[in-house]
Design a protein around this ligand. Structure first.
Ligand SMILES: Cc1cc2nc3c(=O)[nH]c(=O)nc-3n(C[C@H](O)[C@H](O)[C@H](O)COP(=O)(O)OP(=O)(O)OC[C@H]3O[C@@H](n4cnc5c(N)ncnc54)[C@H](O)[C@@H]3O)c2cc1C
Ligand SMILES: *[C@@H]1O[C@H](CO)[C@@H](O)[C@H](O)[C@H]1NC(C)=O
Ligand SMILES: *[C@@H]1O[C@H](CO)[C@@H](O)[C@H](O)[C@H]1NC(C)=O
Ligand SMILES: *[C@@H]1O[C@H](CO)[C@@H](O)[C@H](O)[C@H]1NC(C)=O
Ligand SMILES: *[C@@H]1O[C@H](CO)[C@@H](O)[C@H](O)[C@H]1NC(C)=O
Ligand SMILES: *[C@@H]1O[C@H](CO)[C@@H](O)[C@H](O)[C@H]1NC(C)=O
Ligand SMILES: *[C@@H]1O[C@H](CO)[C@@H](O)[C@H](O)[C@H]1NC(C)=O
Length: 496
C-alpha cells in the first residue's frame, strides 16, 4: 500500500507540481546568470527567462577571436584548484594548464636593465601578500591596502637595504610600481581606496585555458561542452539586446520587468545579476519602488573599480622562448621625462606610464596581453587603436629596446569595461573603512528583497555578492547557484 501512495505523490508532482513551479526572470547572462539558469533547468524549473542587455552572453567573460585563435578580454585565469567550482566543473576535460607566470624575475627598470633580483623578489612577495589579505599585522579596520603595504615595507623591506643607498632610492621609486600592481589586483583607482582587510580568499596558483578561452566555463554550465548535443534547453530562454530599465516588485505576488524596447515580462521571482557598478548608477531608476535603505547602503558602500586589458600582435618574434612576462618599473627621472604626448596624462605624466606589464598569450604565437590600472581608464579606453599601439611600443622600446629588437605592433584589441554602461568597471572590492569582521557587506548585498507580503521576490547574485570569492568567476558561479537553490528550496517548502 505505501508503495502506491509514493506513486501518487510522484504523479501528483508531475501533474500538479510541475504546473505550479514558479516562473523566474534572470537579469544578465554572465557567469552568475547562466549558473542560476542552468541550476534551475537541471531541477526542472523550466519557466525561466534570461534578459541580457548586450548582444552576447558571458558578461565579464569575453572570449574573442584574435587571428586564428581566441583571447580573453575579461576573466582569464582560473585561480587555484581548491574550493574553486570553476576548476571542479572543468577538471575532467583537460582544458586548463598552469599559467606559470611570475612577476619577480621579470621586472625591468626604465634604464633598460632588469631590476635587481633581490628587490624584485621582495616587492613581488609583498604585493601578493597584500592582495591575498594575508597581512595580519597591526592593520586596523580603517586602513587601506596602501597603508598595509607601507607598514610592511618600512618594517621589513627597507631595513634590509639600509646600507645600500642606490637600492634604497630604487625602492622608494618602487612604491609607485607596487601601487600599480596592488591597484590592478584589487581594481582600484589607487591603493588608498581598498581596505587592507576583507574576507577575500584565493590561491596564487593560476591556471589558464589551453587555447579555448574562459567562455568554455559557460559552455560547460550549459552542457554544450564537450558534447554540443547534450546542451540544456536554454537557447530560446535567452533574450539578447534586452536592457532592463524598470523592475516593479512590490505590488502583488509577481514581479514585472520592463526593457528599453518596452517589452514587459512578468514572473514570480527575479534574480538580478548585473555588476555593482550598474547597481550604483541605476538603482534609483531601476527599482520601483526604491530598494529598502539597508540594501541601498550596501550598494553605496561596496567598492567597484576597473582595469584595462589589451592584446597585441607583433609582426615577428623578438623575445626569447622562455620570456613570459615583462613588468615595467619607472625610475623617478624617466617618469618625468616621458616624451610621448598623445592621449591623457596625470600630474604631467603620460598614460603610457600606467601600462604595468605584458604577458605572453598561450597558444597564440605572436600575441601578448597587457594590463593597465589607475585613474585614467575612461580616457584610455576611448583612445584610437593607432595611439594605443604607439604608446605601447614607446614603453616596450624604452624598457626592452636595449636587450631586444622590438618589432612593429600589427594588431590590437582592448577592453572597454569602464565606459560600457552594462558593466561600468571590472570587479568589486572592499572599500577602506567599511570592513568589519563578521559583518559581510557582500552578505548584505546578497539578501533578497521581500514584497509587501514578506515574500522574497527580488534576489541578488553576481560576483559582488560573494563574501570570500568576490571579483572572481567561481564566486559569480557560486552566487548564481545560491540564488537558484534559494528558489528551489522556497518551492519545496511550499510543496510540503
Ligand atoms: C578585465 C577583467 C579580468 C578578470 N580576470 C579574472 C580572472 O582572471 N579570473 C577570475 O576568476 N575572474 C576574473 N575577472 C572577474 C570575472 O570576470 C567576474 O567576477 C565575473 O565574470 C562576473 O560575473 P557576473 O555574472 O557576476 O557579472 P557579469 O559578467 O557582469 O554579468 C552580468 C550581466 O548583466 C548584463 N546587464 C547589465 N545591466 C543589464 C540590464 N540593465 N539589463 C539586462 N542585462 C544587464 C551585463 O551585460 C552582463 O552580461 C575579471 C574581470 C575583468 C573585467
Ligand atoms: C599575429 O602574427 C602572426 C605572425 O605574423 C600571425 O600568424 C597571426 O595570425 C597574427 N595574429 C593576428 C591577430 O593578427
Ligand atoms: C602590534 O602592536 C602591538 C602593540 O602596539 C605590538 O606589541 C606588536 O608587536 C605589533 N605587531 C606587529 C605585527 O606589528
Ligand atoms: C516606451 O513607452 C514610453 C511610454 O509609454 C514611450 O514614451 C517610449 O517612447 C517607448 N519607447 C519605445 C522604444 O518604444
Ligand atoms: C510561465 O510563467 C508565466 C508567468 O507566471 C505564465 O504566464 C506562463 O503561462 C508560464 N509558462 C508556462 C509554459 O508555464
Ligand atoms: C623622445 O626622446 C628620445 C631621446 O631622448 C628621442 O630619441 C625620441 O625620438 C623622442 N620621441 C618622441 C616621440 O619625441
Ligand atoms: C638588432 O638588430 C641589429 C641590426 O640588425 C643588430 O646589429 C643587433 O645585434 C640586434 N640586436 C639584438 C639585441 O638582437
Amino acid at each position: 500500500m505505501w508503495k502506491f501512495s509514493y506513486l501518487i505523490v510522484f504523479l501528483n508532482s508531475l501533474v500538479v507540481g510541475h504546473a505550479e513551479r514558479p516562473s523566474v526572470i534572470i537579469i544578465g547572462a554572465g557567469a552568475s546568470g547562466i549558473a542560476a539558469a542552468t541550476k534551475l533547468l537541471e531541477n526542472s524549473f523550466n519557466n525561466i527567462t534570461i534578459l541580457e542587455a548586450e548582444d552576447r552572453i558571458g558578461g565579464r567573460i569575453n572570449t574573442v577571436k584574435f587571428g586564428q585563435n581566441v583571447v580573453d578580454l575579461g576573466a582569464e585565469y582560473c585561480t587555484g584548484t581548491k574550493g574553486n567550482i570553476a576548476y571542479d566543473l572543468v577538471k575532467d576535460y583537460d582544458v586548463l594548464e598552469p599559467a606559470g607566470l611570475t612577476l619577480e624575475d621579470n621586472i625591468y627598470y626604465s634604464d633598460g636593465t632588469k631590476l635587481d633580483l633581490s628587490l624584485s623578489h621582495d616587492l613581488n612577495d609583498l604585493i601578493f601578500e597584500i592582495y591575498q589579505k594575508k597581512y595580519k599585522g597591526n592593520v586596523t579596520e580603517g586602513k587601506s591596502t596602501g597603508d598595509a603595504f607601507r607598514e610592511r615595507y618600512n618594517s621589513v623591506i627597507l631595513p634590509k637595504y639600509q646600507n645600500d643607498k642606490k637600492k634604497t632610492i630604487i625602492l622608494e621609486e618602487g612604491l609607485r610600481f607596487s601601487e600599480g600592481f596592488v591597484s590592478l589586483l584589487d581594481a582600484t583607482p589607487s591603493w588608498s581606496e581598498a581596505s587592507a582587510n576583507s574576507d577575500f580568499e584565493t590561491q596564487n596558483e593560476d591556471l589558464v585555458w589551453k587555447g579555448v578561452g574562459y567562455k568554455t566555463i559557460i559552455d560547460i554550465l550549459m552542457k554544450s561542452y564537450p558534447d554540443p548535443k547534450k546542451k540544456l534547453d536554454i537557447d530560446d530562454k535567452i533574450h539578447l539586446n534586452k536592457k532592463v530599465q524598470r523592475i516593479i516588485w512590490d505590488t502583488d505576488e509577481t514581479v514585472t520587468v520592463v526593457t528599453a524596447d518596452n517589452s514587459t515580462y512578468t514572473a514570480d521571482y527575479v534574480i538580478f545579476t548585473p555588476s555593482a557598478g550598474v547597481l550604483k548608477k541605476d538603482k534609483d531608476t531601476l527599482f520601483d519602488p526604491k530598494l529598502p535603505s539597508l540594501k541601498e547602503d550596501a550598494i553605496i558602500n561596496i567598492g567597484y573599480g576597473s582595469v584595462i586589458k589589451f592584446v597585441i600582435n607583433f609582426s615577428t618574434k623578438w623575445w626569447h622562448d622562455d620570456d613570459k612576462l615583462f613588468a615595467f618599473f619607472w625610475s623617478h627621472d624617466d617618469l618625468n621625462s616621458i616624451n610621448f604626448s598623445d592621449g591623457p596624462s596625470k600630474d604631467g605624466v603620460s598614460w603610457v606610464a600606467q601600462i604595468l606589464e605584458l604577458i605572453t598569450v598561450p597558444h597564440n604565437s605572436n600575441a601578448w596581453s597587457g594590463w593597465i590600472s589607475g585613474d585614467l581608464l575612461q580616457e584610455i579606453e576611448k583612445l584610437s587603436d593607432e595611439t594605443m599601439k604607439m604608446g605601447i611600443k614607446y614603453v616596450v622600446n624604452k624598457f626592452l629596446g636595449k636587450t631586444y629588437n622590438v618589432t612593429e605592433i600589427t594588431e590590437i584589441v582592448k577592453s572597454t569595461w569602464t565606459i560600457n554602461e552594462n558593466f561600468l568597471g571590472a570587479i568589486s572590492y572592499v572599500k577602506r573603512g567599511t570592513y568589519k569582521r563578521g559583518e559581510s557587506i557582500q552578505g548584505k548585498l546578497a539578501e533578497p528583497v521581500t514584497n509587501a507580503a514578506g515574500k522574497p521576490k527580488l534576489l541578488f547574485a553576481g560576483e559582488a555578492t560573494h563574501s570570500t570569492h568576490y571579483g572572481l568567476v567561481h564566486g559569480a558561479v557560486e552566487t548564481g547557484h545560491r540564488e537558484a537553490q534559494r528558489i528551489i528550496e522556497l518551492y519545496s517548502k511550499a510543496e510540503q
